[in-house]
Design a protein around this ligand. Structure first.
Ligand code: DQA
Length: 143
């Protein structure tokens, strides 16, 4: 089974971001970890990252049309992109929202997620393991 793993703005530059919040893996290492975790669950992960809202929306449309499940870290778009929320709402297969950090333990503007209401569930605060836990949850949902 194929899973689309979408990542929003600035996640390609994890090596330059605050490691106390985001851990020490760069995006290439995170992608390799997600690929490995997916393979262990018989899930084929298609991992993508964009800083561009329109590109992320296009990928969500693609997932809706192909009924592909999605694991999504919308990064800062989590907190304000109604356009991404509307695109996510059209998905037919489950979407799981993930975050490396725990936004609820951070600044107040991060306490709102406009995506959570259209997600099957949210996993946050476990670093790269947030993606692994999302893959486990997805594999249970799909089986
Ligand atoms: C993030 C949390 C967001 O608040 C932030 O804007 C990010 C990353 C996370 O994975 O912890 O860029 O989604």
């Amino acid at each position: 089974m194929k899973v689309l793993v979408l990542n929003g703005p600035n996640l390609s530059r994890l090596d330059l971001r605050d490691s106390a919040k985001y851990g020490s893996m760069d995006f290439a290492a995170l992608s390799a970890y997600i690929t490995q975790c997916g393979a262990e669950l018989d899930l084929q992960t298609d991992i993508r990252q964009s800083d561009d809202e329109a590109t992320l929306i296009g990928w969500l449309h693609e997932a809706a049309d192909s009924q592909t499940p999605v694991i999504f870290n919308p990064a800062a778009f989590t907190h304000y992109s109604y356009a991404i929320r509307d695109a996510a709402e059209m998905l037919k297969a489950p979407l799981i929202e993930v975050h490396l950090s725990n936004p609820l333990a951070r600044e107040e503007f991060r306490h709102t997620s406009v995506i959570s209401g259209v997600a099957k569930g949210t996993i946050a605060g476990f670093g790269p393991d947030s993606y692994r836990l999302a893959l486990i949850a997805l594999s249970k949902l799909l089986n």
